[in-house]
Write a protein that binds this ligand. Structure first.
Ligand code: CTP
Length: 400
């Protein structure tokens, strides 16, 4: 944190008083702090306190009414390594999500070159309102990191979710984001990632699919992006969203479409990480109309889908590194070893549905990794974001 430039944006909520403590924590950790306040926030914490603790003048208006000097939002955006808006009120959240720009803080958000993270704070009904959910989702899509509001006693006297995260928690988030931003070890590398399930149509309303959420593949994409890589993420149907200037997101539905996209992208890639849960079979014929219920038993003839990873393995250049996954329910290592060889992978990431907290839909995973030089490493149960970092770190050692 030493020497890092932290821009703090303060908006008008009761939790603004806690920002005094956050500024002290940041300064204690060696950061340079500048603050921008919305006019409404000055009712909740005095600019005098904020300026004194941060050791810098506070930006409130676009220009200083006493001497006419201009508060340059572009310069703030260039100066800061990170923009932290805390507390984030429902009003500013809504304006950020639509690109509204009627104060210095919002203009700076739009000019920001580094990452923005926000700590929402509001009453529980406001926090639970669909509008808030929609605006937060939009901010996430725009690449803003959200520090979730916490549960507890609120200024209204009610109890519930909506309290701004504590300054110590916000500090940890800032440290994490700064740590991610400083890793540049994959700059210039092109990484191809497959993620999510494939859906194989039976008729216009039904399909064969699986429970994959895409979380592992998206976490991998985020990890590689944070380390400077250019990422092409080919994803099956999922609720997840991700946006980044160095990301190319290709959405597919069927295994055949996945193969076609991989066939175009693989040759341009240095690294391939194939985490998609591809349906192994698809209906031979797709009914043009909805199939009507008739006999007690129904048979659907299935044909094998192409093995996308195997295709990439068979068309791999020596310099390319190929990583695949194996989800097994029994004989994990033996089956994974067979897949590693059969699909010409360099590294295989194994997991089993038998481990609690691992597999589909959940936020955690428990993996072990085997490579073609016969190195093996087992990992603890971790969040999928941490698992993604473990895979990336393993790859770095493998390639060095
Ligand atoms: N894979 C793929 N295309 C397929 C099937 C699998 O690209 N048609 C990839 C997956 O993304 C994963 C790896 O192959 O990286 C292993 O997938 P898995 O489902 O565990 O193995 P399968 O080869 O399908 O074998 P099985 O289902 O018999 O275990």
């Amino acid at each position: 944190m030493r020497g890092k430039c932290i821009l703090l944006g303060i908006t008008g909520g009761i939790a603004a008083y806690k920002i005094a403590f956050l500024i002290r924590l940041l300064k204690k950790n060696g950061a340079e702090v500048k603050c921008i306040m919305t006019p409404a926030s000055c009712d909740f914490i005095s600019p005098l306190v904020v300026a004194t603790l941060s050791g810098n003048p506070v930006g409130i208006e676009f220009w200083n009414k006493s001497d006419g000097t201009w508060n340059n939002h572009v310069e703030y955006g260039l100066w800061a390594d990170i923009f932290v808006i805390a507390p984030l009120t429902a009003n500013t959240m809504s304006k950020m999500s639509t690109g509204s720009c009627d104060n210095l803080l919002l203009a700076t958000y739009l000019s920001m070159k580094g990452k923005t993270i926000v700590a929402p704070a509001m009453d529980l009904d406001m926090y639970a309102h669909p509008t808030t959910y929609r605006n937060l989702e939009q901010l996430k899509k725009d690449g803003v990191q959200i520090i979730p509001a916490e549960s507890g006693e609120l200024a209204s006297g009610l109890e519930g979710e909506g309290r701004m995260a504590e300054p110590e928690t916000i500090l940890r988030w800032i440290e994490n984001v700064l740590a991610e931003n400083t890793e540049n070890d994959f700059v210039g590398k092109n990484v191809l990632i497959t993620a999510g399930p494939t859906y194989e149509a039976i008729d216009p309303v039904r399909f064969i699919g699986n429970h994959s959420s895409g979380k592992m593949g998206f976490a991998l994409a985020e990890a590689f992006l944070n380390h400077g890589a250019n990422v092409t993420l080919i994803s099956g149907p999922t609720k997840l969203e991700i946006a980044h200037p160095q990301l190319k997101l290709i959405k597919i539905t069927r295994a055949i479409e996945l193969l076609e996209a991989v066939q175009l992208e693989w040759v341009k890639s240095d690294i391939g990480v194939f985490s998609a849960a591809v349906a192994d079979y698809r209906p031979k014929e797709v009914a043009q109309e909805k199939i009507k219920k008739s006999s007690d038993v129904m048979e659907i003839e299935l044909v094998k889908n192409p093995d996308v990873l195997k295709w990439a393995g068979e068309n791999k250049l020596d310099a390319q590194v190929l990583i695949g996954f194996a989800l097994e329910t029994e004989n994990l290592r033996e089956n994974a070893e067979k897949k590693l060889k059969a699909k010409h992978m360099d590294i295989i990431v194994m997991n089993t549905l038998k481990d609690n907290g691992a597999g589909f839909g959940v936020d955690t995973n428990k993996i072990s990794i085997l490579d073609k030089r016969n190195n093996f490493k087992a990992f603890e149960l971790k969040s999928k974001s941490e698992v993604a970092i473990d895979i990336l770190t393993y790859l770095k050692t493998y390639s060095s």
